[in-house]
Structure formats: C-alpha cells, structure tokens
Design a protein around this ligand. Sequence first.
Ligand SMILES: [Zn+2]
Length: 358
Amino acid sequence: MRIFAATSRYVQGPGVLDALGEHSAVLGSTAFVITDADMARLLGERVLASYQAAGVTAILEIFPGEVTHTAMARLANKAKTAGSDLIVGLGGGKALDTAKGVALQLGTPCVSVPTIASNDGPASGAIAVYDEHHIMQDILHLPRNPELVLVDSQVIANAPVRFLRAGIGDAISKKFEADACHAAGAMTLLGTPASQTGLMAADACYRIIRQHAVEAVRAVEGKQVNNALENLLEAVVLLSTVSFENGGLSLSHALARGFSYLERARGTLHGDHVAYGLLVQLIMEKRPTAFIQELVGFYQQIGLPTQLDDFGLSSPTVAEIRSLAENSMISPSAARFAPAVDADQLEQAIYQVEALTA
Ligand SMILES: [Zn+2]
C-alpha cells in the first residue's frame, strides 16, 4: 500500500496575504486566527480586512507562545464558543502548530499562513507538542494536511534571514533522508513505504535549493523578493514537507532530536540542527570526503552551520558530544537507516564532521 499526503491548496507570492479571505472562503464562514502579539500588530489589520472583503467573519486570538496541551484545549474552547468553523495559524511554527492542534480538537479545516520559512511545518499534518519547560512531549497528527497553505513571499523576505537559512537546512537533507529511509526499507510517517512521488519531490527539493538558495538568501538579506526566492520557497515550504511525509526521514532528523537536549545550543533553530545532522548522515553513508566538502562549501556560501561551535558550543566537551549521539538515538528516525547505527557510531561520525570542517 502507498499513501500520498499533501495540502490541497498552496498559494505563494508577494502580497498574497491580502487574498487570504478569498482562498479561505471555500473552507469556512467563521475564521479563528491564532497568532502572536507581534504578528497581530504587523499584519492583523490586513488579515481582518481580507476576511471582511471575502464575507468571512474573523477573530484574531493571541496565543501564549508555547504549543502545550493546555493552551490548545483553552483555545479550542474559545473557538468553539465563537462558533468558528475554520482555524487559521498566522506566524512562526508554534502559532501554526497551535492552530493545527485546535483544528484537530474541533475537527475543523485548518489554514497555515507562515510568516517565516524556517522549517517544514506549515504544510505538514504533524503537530509538535511541548511541555511548560519547552521540551518536546508528543507529536500529534491531523487526519488531513492543512487545507490551505498561504505564503506571502514579501512577508518572508521582511523576516530576519536566519529563519530562511534554517528552512534551507531543514529542506536540504530531505533527498538524502528519503533515499536512506527507502534503502533501509523503513516506513514514512504515513506508515507506508515511500511513494515515487515522495522520492521525486525530495530530489527536486535538493535540486532547487542548490540552484537558487544563494541568490535567494542574498535577496532576503536586502528584504527583496526575486524569482530565485520564489523558487526556493516552493522547495522550503512545500516540497520539503511533501518529501518527508511521503519519502521518509532518517539520521539528519535524528540528530536534530539530539540537539534539543544540548543546554548550550538552546535557542538555536531546528533547521540548523538538521543541516549539521546531514553532515553526520553523509559520514555514516561513507560518502567520499570530496562530496561532503563540496556540500560544506555550499553551506558556507549561505551561512549554514558546519561545526558545533556554530551552535554556541565552543570547544564542545566529550560529554556534550556523547549526549548529542545518545539523545539522537531516541528519535524513531535513527532506526530509518541501514545498516543499523548505534550511539558509538554516531559519536565517531560527529568527531569526523568536526575534524572535516575545522
Ligand atoms: Zn524538520
């Protein structure tokens, strides 16, 4: 059996935020828009005006900042009382995941409006739930992907470039992860073998990044939108998700899990962890040094991390490297690799990456 999952409508371009109401109107008549205080101030009026023009009632709701079961239950109650039949997330990953969690509880359609492109979350059906101490607790899954993903490329270009860089990091690994997962005979997150469509998406994702990322990053450094950015965003927001949901994850994402336990790396971004994780994965794949060095050169061109030092771990201790290796093994993606790996091998691979990029 094969399952293919994706959003049913993807809209991207400069200024498309003003068409949010028009694209949402087929999904519901009362939108409950979950966002943070900054985005409410920056974009709230535009969003409400867009809904009004489309004849959709809309309520803006500020979310508390962390995706917890408590926060989602409280917001679900509020949305229900307001008679909302459509839940919209506007902002970064946490606002979007909170919106997905509320939609899951209420059984309504869900819309993602990312204002940064830092990871593969917006188009995905997965919801990362945290506890009050910001430690990941659960991953929930929507029965269907968000029905609409709307990406205003000018809004993305206005955000700090480090977010886009992390998004590239989260996407660049997908081809290698899908291939490794497939080669290991492991299942995707849908519980089935990779589909050809998923593998093709992962391949295209990598190709587009290699072709357009440098120019796109330069554009966003100047808060400009150009065709390279439009192409790159498709890879980072749409294909990255299609790739991992339908192609599967592997060691790069296992390493990202390990990073979340490193005290000194607190506050660094998931996509940056994945980018480093890919270097470790390529060592585990026994890729030629020249191949990895070429990719490291590309990382340096766009400012992606190549060493633990780039995460605030100057002179990483033996204990920190051991912890990264051991905690990476907690991730189910650590088992989506053949031959099977253990913490000792990951530890050695981390040392090799550090030596290669020193
Ligand atoms: Zn990811």
